[in-house]
Design a protein around this ligand. Structure first.
Ligand code: ZN
Length: 274
């Protein structure tokens, strides 16, 4: 343990001395967060937030077993890939019944939430896979835990994990359900999650360009349906973002065959639209 702490401190110092090297900086941030919050604390934190989402934010889940099996089936290979980068995460995929909201988010502990509005907005399985893989990337990078520690402080977050700070847990849940602007990730973390997302989607057989076409579609729809595109508000999309994704896909030779609607169409037909 002592050796690990020393190594982490060295890493932090080294990164401080070499500003401008994004890779090292991201690595150091990751190391710091891993010292701040243990995997078990992350899991407990995720559980407390889930409880608040259900009681205070009145989140309703889809219970149709066919829909759940489909979304979990799309996610399963992606999450298996993600576990190669961060083992020990026990993923929990939840589908929120809210057809008017295009959103998805992840909380510490591997809790992934996707709204039916996003399932309805996706045109291909590759688009849905891209979003799930991107959100999984935030958990792998420990971005969600870090965002919460940064926003509320380590002490409050540790208390939430212990079930001893319902006020903060409620605030976190409200932010997540409301679009989570304050918990939005920085640009570096978004880039990292995009990279993980493209990698996991392709390794699971999905066309990694799905994330790109989904971003582009939300961008286009932004003017006509403001307010409901919550995922776009926490995932500002511009030419740089798209160009970086294209570059990573080309550089790493990422590809996948699944790029059609496939089974998604039948699932969309089953979802409540109101
Ligand atoms: Zn993101």
């Amino acid at each position: 343990m002592q050796r690990m702490v020393t190594a982490l401190l060295t890493l932090t110092l080294a990164s401080g001395l070499s500003t401008g090297c994004t890779k090292q900086r991201v690595g150091a941030e990751k190391a710091i967060a891993s010292v701040l919050i243990s995997d078990e604390q992350e899991n407990q934190l995720g559980l407390q937030v889930k409880k608040e989402l259900e009681t205070k934010e009145n989140i309703k889940y889809v219970e149709d077993p066919e829909v759940l099996a489909y979304v979990r089936g799309i996610s399963q290979p992606i999450l298996a890939q993600a576990n190669k980068d961060r083992s020990g995460v026990k993923w929990k995929v939840n589908v929120i019944n809210d057809p008017k909201t295009v959103n998805a988010f992840a909380t510490p502990g591997g809790f992934l939430y996707v709204y039916t509005g996003l399932l309805l907005a996706a045109d291909t399985e590759a688009e849905l896979a891209g979003v799930m893989a991107h959100e999984a990337g935030h958990v792998v990078g420990r971005h969600s835990a870090r965002a919460m520690v940064n926003a509320y402080g380590l002490q409050a977050i540790t208390q939430v994990a212990l079930g001893q700070n319902p006020g903060t847990a409620a605030q976190i849940a409200a932010q997540l359900a409301g679009g989570g602007l304050q918990l939005a990730h920085g640009r570096g973390e978004e880039t990292e999650a995009d990279e993980y997302g493209a990698k996991y989607a392709a390794a699971s057989g999905f066309d990694p360009n799905g994330l790109i076409t989904f971003f582009q579609k939300l961008q286009k729809e932004q003017g006509s349906t403001p307010g409901v595109l919550k995922w776009l508000s926490t995932h500002p999309t511009n030419e740089d973002r798209i160009a970086h994704l294209r570059k990573i896909i080309a550089q790493e030779g990422l590809k996948g065959d699944r790029n059609t609607a496939g089974g998604l169409t039948a699932i969309q037909a089953k979802l409540p639209k109101q």
